[in-house]
Write a protein that binds this ligand. Structure first.
Ligand SMILES: C[S@@+](CC[C@H](N)C(=O)[O-])C[C@H]1O[C@@H](n2cnc3c(N)ncnc32)[C@H](O)[C@@H]1O
Length: 169
């Protein structure tokens, strides 16, 4: 395991209590692969999970990650710099990596906490029992969206960054 690069070294944040909404399940055979579903009604603006992220260095990303399955799971992650803004990729641990994309019906929003290196997911509206919980990955997808029958397949080098629009709530 490599040490974090100097660009990712920051002052140590305070401890962060973790939370996960309990009434969720992982379904294995959806048209989008695995997906997260509600097993009870969920009110709007409910915190679903606080997920730690694993941030990749810029070169690690292009040399390794983009050539692996992780490529389909990474989020854009801004690096703190004193000069030109730079963005690398990060993998979200926990349930965060299991949320599928929906262009029209996303019901979950997410925010990055750059200091604590977590992504926080909250419902954007009331969710019914049995509904899939979906975020928006943005407009440039690396796969055929089962909801639109194949529109919007992006060039391979356009990373999932993907999980960019739909941020915030
Ligand atoms: C971050 S993962 C989500 C979890 C994934 N379904 C799994 O089983 O590991 C992203 C992948 O899920 C699939 N996916 C997510 N949203 C989709 C959609 N709207 N249509 C088709 N596939 C989707 C694609 O294979 C995509 O590369």
């Amino acid at each position: 395991m490599t040490n974090p690069s100097p660009e990712t070294q920051k002052p140590k944040p305070e401890d962060l209590p973790l939370e996960r909404f309990p009434h969720l399940k992982l379904v294995f055979d959806t048209p989008k692969g695995r997906g997260v579903f509600a097993t009870a009604p969920i009110p709007r603006n409910t915190l679903l999970e606080i997920c730690p992220v694993l941030i990749f260095g810029l070169s690690e990303n292009t040399t390794h990650i983009e050539h692996t399955s992780l490529y389909h799971y990474t989020y854009n992650w801004p690096l703190p710099t004193s000069s030109k803004p730079q963005t690398t990729q990060a993998v979200v641990l926990g349930l965060g990596s299991m949320f599928n994309h929906s262009t029209q019906h996303q019901n979950v929003g997410w925010t990055r906490d750059l200091q604590r290196e977590v992504v926080v997911y909250r419902t954007l509206r009331e969710v019914q029992e049995g509904e899939e919980l979906c975020i928006s990955y943005g407009g440039r997808l690396t796969f055929v969206d089962v909801e639109d029958g194949g529109e919007g397949v992006e060039e391979v080098e356009e990373v999932l960054g993907r999980i960019e629009v739909g941020e915030g709530d």
